[in-house]
Write a protein of this length. Structure first.
Lengths: 212, 10
């Protein structure tokens, strides 16, 4: 564990707490892509079910339980409790364009051709693009509530912090994980446009609005 | 070393 990874994980944790706070206080999931949230459930289940056969640390296990539990709870809130506030007509990204290529990539790029490793690769590839339905929705509506942008920023910062973590681990432990690093760089890259608007507008007190 | 990384990251 190093500081970059710890801060990254805490940022990930914070992003989910911000999202839950937004949904609970506004009693609405307006502006949140159900498809992205469903993809995160798939990511967490595919990767973290190793809870049952791989023990790393109490920290690691507790985080895995939290991520699986909270992501399922968010889906429940969107699908049942606050269903009327969820508008599928603007959540139109075709997720099969993400699922199928990720499935194929995970069959080609994995560390061992066995179900658990293929699932692990699949979850890494899928996580890297899972935010696309959400960003696509933002692009369509052209604006977002401030709290939704804080959620996205925390999620993007989490990914960005994993990059110095890998650099640090490479130099201190000689560890390199090419699949996670490649997917992680792609994933962070997807946030660049968003970060630009977030840092130049939202943090200056302006509304999050994309140029037409 | 081991060709399969530990997967100790979240």
């Amino acid at each position: 564990m190093n500081l970059f990874r710890l801060l990254g994980d805490l940022s990930h944790l914070a992003s989910i707490l911000v999202l839950l706070h937004k949904i609970q206080t506004s009693r609405s999931c307006r502006g949140i892509s159900f498809k992205t949230q469903a993809l995160y459930v798939a990511v967490f289940v595919a990767r973290y079910l190793d809870l049952f056969w791989r023990y790393i640390s109490l920290y690691n296990s507790a985080m895995k339980v939290f991520f699986i539990g909270s992501s399922c709870y968010i889906l429940y809130l969107m699908k049942y409790r606050y269903r009327p506030t969820n508008d599928p007509s603007i959540d139109t990204f075709r997720i099969e364009y993400l699922l199928v290529p990720c499935a194929i990539l995970s069959l080609i790029f994995n560390y061992n051709f066995m179900p658990t490793e293929i699932l692990w690769s699949f979850s890494i590839f899928l996580e890297s693009v899972a935010i696309l339905p959400q960003l696509f929705m933002l692009q369509r509506t052209g604006e977002a509530e401030a709290i939704t942008t804080h959620y996205l920023a925390a999620l993007g910062i989490y990914r960005a912090l994993y990059i110095p973590n890998w650099i640090y681990r490479y130099f201190t432990e000689g560890v390199i994980d090419p699949i996670a690093v490649t997917a992680g760089i792609v994933q962070t890259g997807l946030y660049l446009d968003f970060f630009y608007v977030y840092f130049t507008k939202v943090l200056q007190g302006q509304k999050f609005e994309l140029p037409a | 070393g081991n060709p399969v990384p530990q997967h100790d990251e979240l």
